[in-house]
Design a binder for this molecule. Structure first.
Ligand SMILES: Nc1ncnc2c1ncn2[C@@H]1O[C@H](COP(=O)(O)OP(=O)(O)O)[C@@H](O)[C@H]1O
Ligand SMILES: [Mg+2]
Length: 234
């Protein structure tokens, strides 16, 4: 039986699809070598689009894609459950990529209680923290629902993405958000973060997923992947 992982946030553009791809590629590679599938439930088919690009370039993705842009609510749930359960039989890890909005087609509501892990990427800014917290609260409700109805544990794990090294206070700010989430909602976030990958030619500060040259050790893609693996293998 595979494990189901979702990168979720009601806000678009925080890196749900990007982090799904990063994690899928990492877990499908050595030393993990897991069988990985991604179910793309987003009407925009971000992952489906990238998968197509890879295939047309002849670089076959090391993970499987299940494109599923159609609705999954109401009577349509049965068809989806067939696809979903088959994926769970065939793969070690099934990622589900969702659209940005909590209520769009009810997909988040339907799928989140089927997950084992919901990772919540967020960018540390005041404006985004509110929507992240709203989403987090909705997922904390799902933890209770899953416990009561299925007698199992759903793990909810926030982490910071797109840390901009030019803004020196960002790492500290992200950490303070995670501390608040833990104290207020009893949800433990990830220690490792992902940087904003971009060349800031004009400042001379080069930032990327591994952090800048003088970075504190908390921004590092490799460490982030390893931490993620530690969480999901529990
Ligand atoms: N760590 C990052 N550094 C730089 N750009 C990023 C990072 N994570 C995501 N992005 C970019 O942000 C945009 C939105 O990301 P995406 O994964 O599509 O978000 P979502 O799925 O949450 O809507 C994309 O252009 C993506 O390349
Ligand atoms: Mg997306």
């Amino acid at each position: 039986m595979g494990k189901v992982i979702i990168f979720g946030n009601q806000k678009g553009g925080v890196g749900k699809s990007t982090c799904t791809l990063l994690a899928a590629n990492a877990l499908a590679s050595a030393p993990f070598n897991l069988k990985v599938s991604i179910i793309d439930l987003d009407e925009q088919q971000t992952i489906g689009f990238l998968h197509e690009g890879e295939v047309s370039r002849g670089t076959h993705p090391i993970w499987n894609l299940i494109a599923y842009p159609e609705s999954i609510t109401g009577g349509k749930i049965h068809k989806f459950l067939k696809v979903f359960n088959q994926a769970l039989d065939e793969y070690d890890i099934v990622f589900v990529d969702l659209p940005g909005y909590l209520d769009e087609g009810g997909k988040t509501d339907t799928v989140s209680p089927m997950a084992d892990y919901i990772f919540i990427p967020f960018t540390p800014s005041d404006k985004d923290t509110y929507s992240t917290e709203t989403y987090l609260l909705a997922m904390v409700d799902k933890i209770k629902q899953v416990k009561e109805e299925q007698e199992r544990e759903l793990k909810v794990v926030p982490f910071a993405n797109k840390i901009d090294m030019r803004i020196r206070s960002q790492v500290a700010y992200a950490k303070s958000i995670l501390t608040d989430f833990q104290e207020i909602h009893q949800v433990k976030g990830m220690q490792n973060m992902l940087g904003l990958y971009k060349d800031h030619a004009n400042t001379g500060i080069d930032t990327n997923l591994y952090g800048g040259i003088n970075d504190s050790q908390s921004i590092n893609l490799t460490k982030w992947v390893n931490e993620m693996y530690t969480i999901i293998k529990e």
